[in-house]
Design a protein around this ligand. Structure first.
Ligand code: BDR
Ligand code: CA
Length: 306
């Protein structure tokens, strides 16, 4: 089977760690490059976390460092959710920096895309700064991108502001550029992330599953994306789930814009489900997910890990 080539742009992040585990051990995906972006914690920290995970998994995927700050606004972080390291809860072995490319994330993505025989899918699961820079600096890459399947946004309320989801809120201007890029785009946002839940009985199964399961179990003890009892939210894994099992989602083609000027709503994704604005659709938006199918897929996928 030919694997689908992807680039993951990430800010690990505990739920990013889960998404990376699933993608790296999938028989259907070929992760050609991992790019990092400041988000959950600083660029240096998220890059170290990506390297720690790769060493833990025994995978040699090149890593390129991207933006250390958003395009315009001041940086924020989510260390209240993921801990001050970004992946609190597990003592990883310290990795070398051998996998880190000398190229920055934007140039590395450009090279991988232009060198690829087939279009490559971009999977951003952090703020969209790197992707915005890529499509602005190198618009010719757009033809080489199969689609962008991103975790971010919401059709309703937010988790970083009243109306704003964290990855969009962290860099609204970048998100606006990406939504207007003309590249086919799938938005996998809070509407589904809030239903992709891991409960204590699922965590208990992970603990005895394999080394990866044990590691994730320990990270989950510190993760504050949801509650241990009420369900931990596996936001970023939803983007990987969409790649591998889109049938578990309900998605609609619609127009999406990003509020950048709102005094109360900056970082809000304006998802025009009823076409008030009369604009052509620029995204496929996941509006629902089958939680049972997600759970099954999630556990089956993690069983393939080391
Ligand atoms: C997103 O915010 C981050 O904290 C998570 O890693 C995820 O990408 C969810 O809103
Ligand atoms: Ca993330």
């Amino acid at each position: 089977m030919t694997k689908r080539p992807i680039i993951i742009d990430t800010d690990p992040g505990i739920d990013d760690a889960v998404a990376l585990a699933i993608a790296l051990f999938s028989d259907e995906l070929e992760v050609r490059l991992i790019t990092t972006v400041a988000g959950n914690v600083s660029l240096d920290k998220v890059t170290m976390n990506a390297l720690r995970l790769l060493k833990f998994f025994g995978k040699d995927v090149p890593v390129a460092m991207g933006a250390a700050r958003p395009l315009i606004k001041e940086p924020i972080d989510a260390s209240d959710i993921h801990g001050s390291s970004g992946m609190d809860g597990y003592e990883f072995e310290e990795p070398t920096k051998d996998l880190v490319l000398s190229e920055n994330a934007v140039n590395a993505m450009y090279r991988v895309l232009m060198d690829s025989k087939e279009p490559v899918t971009l999977v951003p699961i952090g703020p969209l700064t790197n992707i915005a820079l890529l499509v602005k600096l190198y618009p010719e890459v757009k033809d080489k991108i199969a689609e962008i399947v991103l975790m971010g946004g919401s059709t309703t309320r937010g988790n970083a502001g009243v109306m704003a989801e964290f990855n969009i809120y962290a860099d609204p201007e970048a998100a606006k550029i990406v939504f207007h890029s003309g590249v086919p785009l799938v938005m996998v946002g809070l509407d589904v992330g809030w239903k992709a839940l891991v409960y204590p009985e699922d965590s208990a199964r992970l603990k005895d599953m394999n080394e990866t399961g044990r590691m994730l179990y320990q990270l989950f003890q510190k993760y504050r994306g949801g509650g241990l009892k009420t369900g931990l939210k596996m936001y970023d894994s939803c983007a990987i789930a969409y790649l591998l099992q889109p049938g578990m989602f309900e998605a609609v083609e619609t127009f999406v814009d990003v509020e950048v000027a709102g005094t109360l709503t900056a970082g809000c994704t304006v998802v025009d489900l009823k076409n008030y604005l009369g604009r052509p659709s620029n995204a496929k938006v996941c509006v629902d997910i089958d939680p049972q199918q997600f759970k099954q897929w999630f556990l089956d996928s993690l069983r393939k890990c080391n």
